[in-house]
Design a protein around this ligand. Structure first.
Ligand code: GLA
Length: 363
């Protein structure tokens, strides 16, 4: 990592990385103890560290002019630094003795679009710390600490999907995760199909407040139904007891959990895609986390021959869409939909496969 040497004048003592993720199905189910189906993306975040000669921590992110300084007793003010700081504090709470460090971060994971750049940063930070200090954290513990860092230090009351995906998923097969038990298994994508992710170009403005509000609504629905979490709802009829808004929120969670389980049981790309389309409709109408631009991009994707299904991915309120495409159609679909979306005056972009990889996919 040449950037580390440029900033600190010496080589790092430990380097680690972790990927972003895209969620194929199972949106807003993880904080309801439900099922999710993410896959890692090729873009990764890399973190390098060495112990510092100074009494304070230094943190430099590639592309940002300044180096941030802090101690464990005086947290950094910059938002991005709070993820790293949170990981250090969580590792300390698990017994790690952490000396002042020089830390360098560089990331290829697109930020603020629903591809878990924050989870990639947290997991890479904890992996780097594990290597530097020979800590006995396994990959599940790393995901759990990373999730805590996000909740306690970045203010998002998130579930565990993103951190588990970043810590345990790979880019070729999806990870079916039961977020209640953390039982998991890898799932092959349907034959001859590939994942396409496109950015709507709209920043996720309500992501934190809207997200925390949805979570609170789910908790309220579970309380009114007398269940520990919405995972415990066993039939759609039970939801009739709820007031309309909570009923719709809970119905999304109930049907989305079922879609994940159906998707892993089905062999065909067509069926898988139909479940993704249904997921989008549910996120739009029942969960109300879509926006017109995401609906438009999803509709353009769904209309393309060679696309099996498409939906918004991540928390919603802006950000990206994911589509399952016929492998041979991938580059044509990406090009055509991008043109159509931009013709409507929007700033879209293809995020996965990354630009270089997309150029090598046959048209
Ligand atoms: C964000 C959260 C996840 C999950 C998704 C929605 O990415 O970090 O825990 O809840 O939103 O599925």
């Amino acid at each position: 990592m040449s950037g580390f040497r440029k900033v600190y004048g010496a080589a790092p003592q430990a380097v680690a990385d972790a990927p972003g993720r895209v969620n194929l199905l199972g949106e807003h189910t993880d904080y309801n103890d439900g099922f999710v189906l993410p896959i890692a993306i090729a873009q990764r975040t890399r973190v390098a560290m060495r112990s510092s000669p100074e009494a304070r921590f230094s943190l430099h992110a590639h592309g940002q002019g300044e180096t941030v300084h802090f101690t464990l007793d005086s947290p950094p003010e910059q938002h991005f630094a709070s993820y790293v700081y949170g990981c250090l504090m969580l590792a300390r709470s698990r017994g790690a003795v952490i000396p002042p460090l020089q830390i360098y971060v560089e990331s290829q994971v697109p930020m603020g679009v629903g591809l878990s750049s924050s989870a990639a940063l947290e997991v890479a930070t904890l992996r780097c710390l594990r290597e530097l200090l020979a800590l006995h954290f396994d990959d599940v513990v790393i995901a759990q600490l990373a999730q805590r860092a996000e909740i306690d230090y970045a203010g998002v009351n998130c579930g565990i999907m993103d951190q588990m995906a970043s810590s345990l998923a790979d880019t070729s097969r999806a990870l079916l995760l039961d977020t209640r038990t953390l039982e998991r298994r890898v799932v092959e994508l349907p034959r001859e199909s590939a994942v396409l992710v496109m950015d709507s170009g709209i920043a996720r403005s309500l992501a934190t407040s809207g997200y925390n509000q949805r979570r609170a609504e789910c908790e309220e629905a579970a309380r009114l139904l007398g269940v520990g979490s919405l995972r415990d709802v066993t039939s759609a009829g039970e939801l009739d007891a709820l007031p309309d808004l909570l009923k719709r929120r809970a119905r999304h969670v109930f049907t989305e959990n079922a879609r994940v389980l159906q998707a892993v049981a089905c062999a065909s790309a067509k069926e898988f895609g139909a479940l993704m389309n249904a997921s989008h409709a549910s996120l739009r109408d029942d969960y109300e986390v879509s926006i017109p631009e995401l609906d438009r991009l999803v509709a353009l994707l769904q209309a393309q021959p060679g696309v099996h299904g498409a939906r918004l991915t991540g928390a919603g309120f802006g950000g990206a869409c994911v589509a399952l495409c016929d492998t041979h159609a991938l580059s044509r679909v990406a090009r055509t939909v991008l043109e159509q979306y931009r013709a409507a005056g929007q700033r879209g972009a293809v995020l996965v496969p990354p630009a270089a990889a997309l150029a090598t996919v046959a048209a």
